[in-house]
Design a protein around this ligand. Structure first.
Ligand SMILES: [Fe+2]
Length: 394
């Protein structure tokens, strides 16, 4: 009998360089010089400044003789004009490298400014897949949370304030030249931020793993990330100073970011977005809320992979059918949410069920995320998933 040969063809995108480890943010000036930069725009938000998380980066730049201008107007769920204003500052100050430091919003704004450094107009002109004609300014991205994976992804998410909707610029041109992941920057995250961003990361890994666009490489990353998050997220929420847990969760966020930027996301993100735009909840929390409800619906779409998720999260699926094993992945996620004190009942967030139509219409605007989802969704399906979110019946 001949040897079995794997034959799947696939393409993988990633940043040119990933620097990972405690203390790595203190070497940013070297990275700027390798990019032949001398005048950086540091893009961040007021919370990062207040937490003192810029100090290592700015000390490195000062010591290294690199000048910089700070742009710290980034807001949660950033509106498009925040990117446009940052790009105007980049041009006015004649910067040559962008350093994004913060959560997903800061990194996404940095990516948008990079686009506008080489392309005219507003960032809203480039919404969609591969709509950016020219590669933008070089970027170094440093996450301060272990969640979004934005430092390694091809997408940026922003709010179109006029249309009151989340929109995405998706292009390989916004992969950074360098991603610098320093777990030290995440150690001071409070438990609630650790929980929300960690759940975002878990959703990235799970959605990538069950996606119709999954590749052998994205599967490797997703599997590793799921196992790490299941093991270390409760630990980091319970004891934020646990440096091993912080290290492993940064690793998981990186791997899940690489996984989903290559495999795609799914219905959890689609149904989570309206909770973010309508009620100004964090992206991670909205994903955490919707994950088990969407999983319950999705199980039949890829039972063998959901069974594997159950294994990775510590459940014993030996001797079970794929569907029975898959069901245990749901139990594992509910156990994890309980361990980190996160409710997945929509009503617990003061959202009235009379807003159901608003949620359904918001989710239906995210059709692009339905494409890689392992099970097709109709509008009625979306409605029943939200109804389950209001009145869970596990
Ligand atoms: Fe996400």
């Amino acid at each position: 009998m001949g040897k079995r040969v794997s034959s799947a063809s696939f393409i993988t995108f990633s940043p040119a360089k990933i620097v990972f480890g405690y203390g790595s943010s203190g070497d940013v000036a070297e990275e700027v010089k390798l990019l032949r930069g001398s005048n950086c725009l540091v893009v961040t938000d007021p919370g990062v400044v207040a937490a003192g998380l810029l100090s290592a980066v700015e000390a490195s730049l000062t010591t290294g003789g690199v000048s910089f201008v700070r742009y710290d107007k980034v807001e949660p769920e950033p509106r498009s004009h925040i990117i446009d204003e940052g790009a105007a500052l980049y041009r006015e100050k004649r910067c040559d490298v962008i350093i994004g430091i913060g959560g997903g919003s800061s990194l996404d704004v940095a990516k948008g400014i990079s686009v506008l450094a080489a392309n005219e107009g507003s960032i809203l002109d480039y919404v969609g897949l591969n709509m950016v004609p020219h590669k933008g300014a070089p970027m170094i991205l440093l996450p301060t949370t272990a969640g979004t994976g934005s430092e390694v992804t091809r997408g940026l998410v922003m709010t179109n304030e006029a249309q009151h909707v989340k929109c995405v610029v998706f292009t390989p041109y916004i992969l950074p030249e360098v991603a610098v992941i320093d777990p030290e920057l995440t150690v001071s995250m409070p438990p609630i931020v650790t929980a929300d961003t960690g759940m975002d990361s878990l959703v990235h890994a799970i959605e990538a793993f069950v996606s119709t666009g999954a590749t052998p490489m994205s599967d490797q990353w997703a599997r590793k990330a799921i196992g790490l998050i299941g093991r270390y997220l409760p630990v980091a929420c319970a004891k934020g100073s646990n440096r091993e847990a912080r290290y492993q969760l940064c690793m998981a966020a990186l791997l899940s970011g690489l996984a989903f930027t290559n495999a795609g996301l799914g219905a959890v993100h689609a149904l989570a977005y309206p909770l973010g735009t309508e009620y100004h909840m964090t992206h991670g929390r909205t994903n955490a809320i919707m994950l088990p409800h969407v999983m319950k619906f999705n199980l039949a779409g890829n039972p063998s992979k959901y069974r594997r998720i159950a294994d990775l999260l510590g459940k014993d699926t030996d001797g079970l059918s794929d569907l029975s094993g898959a069901r245990l992945s749901l139990d594992a996620v509910l156990d994890l949410l309980a361990a980190i004190n996160v409710s997945c009942v929509i009503g617990d967030y003061r959202i009235p069920d009379s807003d159901l139509d608003l949620l359904v219409s918001g989710a239906m605007k995210q059709q692009r995320l339905f494409v890689p989802n392992p099970r097709d969704l109709s509008e009625d399906d979306v409605r029943s998933i939200y109804l389950h979110g209001f009145n869970p019946n596990w």
